[in-house]
Design a protein around this ligand. Structure first.
Ligand code: ATP
Ligand code: MG
Length: 322
């Protein structure tokens, strides 16, 4: 495994209290593999990525293990951590405008990180970033390099941010809702671009999204998160065709579809719960139409059933499960 997360728990201080945000996350990503992490707002997706880069807010309490290429991220020295973040991981965020200095040209933005560590002459590095811009689908790289961020559209700027993330040739790309702030057409283009780059460069990708359809289009496997836990993980194809967890089924049913007509779109009753407000037992139980008495008492743990990993007391016998 390139990335191996085992029983991650993250608690954050709020006033005098410690709030559990990630309750139990275990997942692995192999070299060159893409995994989507899907879940509603507040389910703990971003805090999981921050645990991977060790950039959680001050005062965070972490237990469990994050291993990168067999190395414990929690045990890295300051220097190892810097190298790990710079050379192994590429980060892509939801809003590129918030992460790109608005008063500097794209050329300076892309070069500033590289010049610190790469000894090649500036002219050569400029060629490298110009090629990268072409690779991420920017038609006129030279013009783009001379531009300021406000002169570029959101989609172009996200491509620039992707080029920046790739410039150090990372092995793992962490993309936290990289398409959410874009219009629908651009969203699909950027998602396809990530998929192409992953295949071409043999990148491992953790793709975070609210959107199960997008996850299935882009990623080999999909993990569904609820209240700080992974409740189901499957190859995207089989998850889509035969979701096993009642929550995943609810999510898939509540998507509008162009080929179906509805009296009313089916919705999941109730609202998502953050981990620190989760009841005893299965956090999804209060909203689950299939709940049994055991569900309110014991937390179901992620166990393997064929291709699927599932945290549900209904197990492989869940209606519609496989
Ligand atoms: N600095 C912080 N201190 C305390 N709690 C925080 C802090 N930042 C976020 N939270 C809490 O963590 C929870 C969300 O975690 P996270 O940001 O990982 O969710 P998410 O799944 O990424 O959600 P979204 O889809 O909205 O991005 C929320 O309940 C939020 O209030
Ligand atoms: Mg988030």
């Amino acid at each position: 495994m390139l990335l191996d997360i085992r029983n991650l728990v993250v608690e954050l201080p709020v006033g005098r209290e410690l709030r559990r945000i990630v309750a139990d996350v275990s997942l692995g990503i192999r070299e060159g593999e893409s995994l989507a992490l899907v879940g509603e707002s507040g389910s703990g997706k971003s805090m999981t990525t921050k645990a991977i880069t060790r950039t959680l807010p001050d005062g965070a309490q972490v237990s469990g293990e994050v291993l990168f290429d067999g190395k414990l991220v929690g045990a890295m020295s300051k220097r190892e951590l810097e190298t790990y973040r710079r050379e192994q991981i590429g980060l892509i965020y939801q809003d590129p405008r918030a992460h790109i200095n608005p008063v500097r040209r794209i050329e300076d933005f892309l070069l500033e990180g590289l010049l610190l560590f790469d000894r090649r002459p500036r002219a050569e590095l400029r060629r490298v970033i110009s090629d990268l811009l072409a690779e991420v689908g920017i038609a006129d790289p030279d013009r783009c390099l001379k531009s300021y961020p406000h002169q570029l559209s959101g989609g172009m700027l996200q491509r620039v941010a992707i080029a920046a993330a790739l410039s150090t040739e990372p092995r793992l790309l962490l993309a936290d809702e990289p398409t959410t702030a874009l219009d629908v057409t651009t969203q699909a283009e950027v998602a396809q671009l990530l998929k192409q780059l992953q295949a071409r460069r043999g990148l491992a990708v953790l793709f975070i999204t609210h959107d199960l359809d997008l996850a299935a289009q882009i990623c080999d496997r999909t993990a569904v998160m609820y209240a700080g836990r992974i409740v189901e993980m499957q190859p995207s194809r089989t998850l889509y065709a035969s979701p096993a967890h009642p929550y995943t089924r609810g999510l898939l049913q509540s998507r509008p579809s162009v080929d179906r007509r509805y009296e009313r779109l089916p919705t999941l009753p109730g609202s998502p719960t953050p981990a620190y407000e989760a009841p005893a037992g299965c956090p999804f139980a209060p909203r689950c139409a299939d709940r049994m008495p055991v569900c309110s008492t014991y937390v179901p743990h992620l166990t393997r059933h064929g291709l699927a990993e599932l945290a549900c007391h209904l197990g492989a016998g869940a209606p519609g499960g496989n």
